[in-house]
Design a protein around this ligand. Structure first.
Ligand SMILES: *Cc1c(COP(=O)(O)O)cnc(C)c1O
Length: 378
């Protein structure tokens, strides 16, 4: 795999298909494959085509451009775009490529209906409701005024209605169930007004796995397809879908008391054997996806995590399954690791724990369908 490159990402399409199938069997309702963000870094076209072969009929993307790319890659199924058109051109694109828009604002609905009317065509849409995420969606309070308008759009076919959970991974499911109950009230109001949708959906990976009552008519699954969703349900074992391999570029012996890396943050406590690998913070290596915090409790949590990492640094690279400690600061494209007690030579393969979404290397290698290799369970 790594004959000529310094690094490559291997993507196991059959693992993604097996994950899809396992999720489908567990939830027992149609599964929309969410492939936004270049399929979470795994390559949108390749992943979607593999899932299409595995029977997926619905695909979810954030932006219309992503939907167009799916059509050009040969996806014939339904594509739901999670955002609304904001210009005439975008409305045209939705209709041209048969991409189903989400409607959460009257301005956008007005524009899209007008364009559909001019083109003498109907447009299937999904309505989105904000039940507690604080982003897109009509809210319960705005419902009456929104419904009054929505009923006038003659070129719309109201096919779906959905919401998005903000805290399904929390210890308690209270907030998720509150959101679900708000959503159900909204659905009742829609029905009273004569808007009967055939697809009510709410759950993404974690909710779909951990809260069966949220599955409704369809679930929208992203992370679980790639084995990266943090759900609690232990019945379902999913596989990691990718791994990044890099070659050991250099091995050196440093005398005791040598400094390593920018800022001299690490001083060798003894003579040491170190290695250099061709990945760095430009690949997201150890760039913490640290979240803003707006409370003292959040601040304390962040500090606690920082202390935990200090005492027990999470490994970022492995040789033959053995974790390698990072020494000094991680550079843009280079990282120094401790090779004490590890029998390795220049050119050896190192597995690097980077989130595929950040992978910058040229090489993406799609393992053949018949390859039954597994990268480990999540
Ligand atoms: C990203 C996204 C999903 C998929 O979320 P996962 O947690 O990765 O399964 C589902 N629905 C919407 C609206 C999303 O934006």
């Amino acid at each position: 795999m790594l004959e000529t490159q310094k690094k490559c990402m291997e993507i196991n399409l059959s693992a993604i298909k097996r994950n899809y199938e396992k999720v489908r069997q567990e939830v027992n309702v149609p599964v929309m494959a969410v492939v936004k963000g270049n399929a979470y870094g795994h390559g949108m076209g390749e992943v979607a085509l593999a899932l299409q072969k595995a029977g997926a009929e619905w695909f979810g993307v954030e932006f219309v451009e992503e939907g167009i790319a799916l059509r050009k890659a040969g996806i014939g199924g339904r594509i739901l775009c999670f955002t609304s058109p904001i210009s005439r051109e975008e409305c045209e694109e939705f209709l041209e490529y048969d991409i189903t828009p989400t409607i959460y604002s009257i301005e956008s609905a007005e524009l899209l209906n007008k364009v559909a009317c001019q083109r003498e065509t109907n447009c299937r849409v999904h309505l989105k409701f904000d039940t507690g995420m604080g982003r897109f969606g009509f809210r319960l309070e705005d419902l009456d005024s929104a419904l009054a308008k929505l009923k006038n759009y003659k070129n719309f076919i109201y096919e779906g209605a959905y919401t998005h959970f903000s805290d399904a991974f929390a210890k308690s499911g209270d907030y998720t169930l509150q959101q679900l109950s708000r959503f159900q009230k909204i659905i009742e109001r829609l029905e009273e007004e004569g808007i009967r949708v055939s697809l009510r959906h709410a759950a993404s990976s974690v909710a779909a796995m951990d809260f069966p009552e949220t599955r409704l008519d369809m679930v929208r699954i992203g992370g679980a397809l790639f084995g990266v969703a943090m759900f609690k349900n232990r019945e379902v074992k999913l596989e990691k879908a990718s791994r990044v391999k890099a070659r050991l570029l250099e091995i050196r012996h440093l005398a005791r008391g040598s400094y390593i890396g920018y800022g001299r943050t690490y001083k060798t406590p003894r003579d040491m054997r170190i290695g250099i690998i061709p990945v760095g913070y430009c690949e997201g290596l150890k760039v913490q996806r640290r979240n803003y915090t707006y409370s003292i409790l959040g601040l304390v949590r962040n500090i606690y995590q920082e202390i935990k990492d200090f005492l027990n640094p999470p490994p970022v690279a492995f040789i033959d399954g053995r974790p390698l400690r990072v020494l000094g600061r991680i550079g843009m494209q280079l990282t120094v690791v401790d090779l004490t007690g590890i029998d390795a030579k220049i050119g050896d393969e190192v597995i690097v724990a980077i989130d595929p979404i950040y992978y910058k290397g040229e090489e993406k290698v799609y393992l053949a369908d018949e390859d039954r290799g597994r990268f480990g369970e999540n």
